[in-house]
Design a protein around this ligand. Structure first.
Ligand SMILES: Nc1nc2c(ncn2[C@@H]2O[C@H](COP(=O)(O)OP(=O)(O)OP(=O)(O)O)[C@@H](O)[C@H]2O)c(=O)[nH]1
Ligand SMILES: [Mg+2]
Length: 294
């Protein structure tokens, strides 16, 4: 009997959902960063064996977003709850109003929902972990809970074992060698955005979109020439991103190139451009052009 099913990963921004997805699949599929609201798309990761297929759906962190981009993003996470067989609700030690906001959506969902207490490497002792678990079990009847560290890969197998018990009989939805639904082009733009998130502060991370403009297989130099456009909202942001003498952009470009080489196993030459597009996060046509919205 072959088992398969869809499992969505939801929770507040920055709790480690994408890190957990990567840990479950065993390779980098979703970008991760210390900045909240890193994930902007629904990202599918597939874990296949001869006997089963678990299809994990990483979602953007749920919170009450104000602009059009964030409203679209929130819808993604909410709709994913309806479409799947099971839910992993990820939290860390910071219990906020956003957790209650997410749990509101669990009401009436007739499917297994598991609590994942992530970042236990940051928690000092067992009593602290137990207290956190109890505070959640008191407000919702979860089907199980897992204290884990997605970063250190601690107890990740326990999640898989339990999910396998609950996984229904089903077909192979994806070819066995397929790990993700993201194209290489999307992955490249995401890895560039990841480096921007790491090396910029304050409003820049949220104001950025990355679009791959061209990919050329340069056989002469045995490399792939990639040209990417970084879109920001204001000229001041553009200046910060470029940095004095172009230093910042150069650094981001180098780090992104190295990461793309590693993750996609492709030698690339990367050219980055920065362009200002005022208020793109609130323009439906821009959102569409940058890969968001319907
Ligand atoms: N100490 C520790 N940090 C972790 C762990 N898992 C994730 N992190 C860190 O938490 C931060 C956020 O991780 P992400 O995986 O990007 O979080 P996310 O929930 O996907 O965030 P959004 O996409 O913004 O909703 C990163 O700096 C991670 O390195 C963990 O187990 N332990
Ligand atoms: Mg994420």
């Amino acid at each position: 009997m072959h088992k398969s099913g869809f499992i969505t990963i939801v929770g507040r921004p920055n709790v480690g959902k994408s890190t957990l997805l990567n840990a479950l699949i065993g390779q980098k599929i979703a970008i991760m960063s210390p900045k909240p609201q890193t994930t902007r798309h629904r990202i599918t990761g597939v874990l296949s064996t001869a006997d089963y297929q678990m299809i994990f759906v990483d979602t953007p962190g749920m919170h009450k977003g104000k602009d059009l981009l964030n409203k679209n993003i929130d819808k993604l996470a909410v709709s994913s709850l309806k479409d799947v067989d099971m839910v992993l609700f990820v939290v860390d030690r910071a219990k906020t109003a956003a957790e209650a906001f997410v749990m509101e959506y669990f009401k009436g969902l007739k499917k297994p929902i598991f609590l994942v207490i992530n970042k236990i490497d940051e928690l000092k002792n067992k009593a602290e972990i137990d207290e956190l678990i109890m505070s959640y079990l008191g407000s919702y009847e979860f089907d199980g809970y897992f204290p884990v560290s997605a970063k250190d890969l601690t107890h990740i197998d326990k999640i898989k074992e339990t999910l396998l018990n609950y996984l229904p009989e089903g077909p192979k939805y994806f070819p066995p060698d397929m790990k993700s639904d993201q194209s290489e082009t999307v992955m490249m733009s995401e890895l560039i955005r990841e480096k921007i998130l790491y090396f910029t502060e304050q409003e820049i991370p949220h104001a950025v979109a990355v679009v791959i403009e061209s990919i050329y297989n340069n056989q002469e130099l045995n490399q792939v020439d990639v040209s990417a456009l970084i879109v920001v909202e204001r000229s001041t942001q553009k200046q910060i991103l470029i940095g004095r003498g172009g230093e910042k952009m150069k650094h981001i470009g180098t780090e992104a190139r190295k990461e793309i080489n590693k993750v996609l196993d492709t030698k690339i030459h990367l050219t980055l451009w920065v362009k200002v597009k005022k208020d793109w996060r609130n323009r439906p046509s821009d959102l569409k052009a940058f890969g968001f919205g319907e």
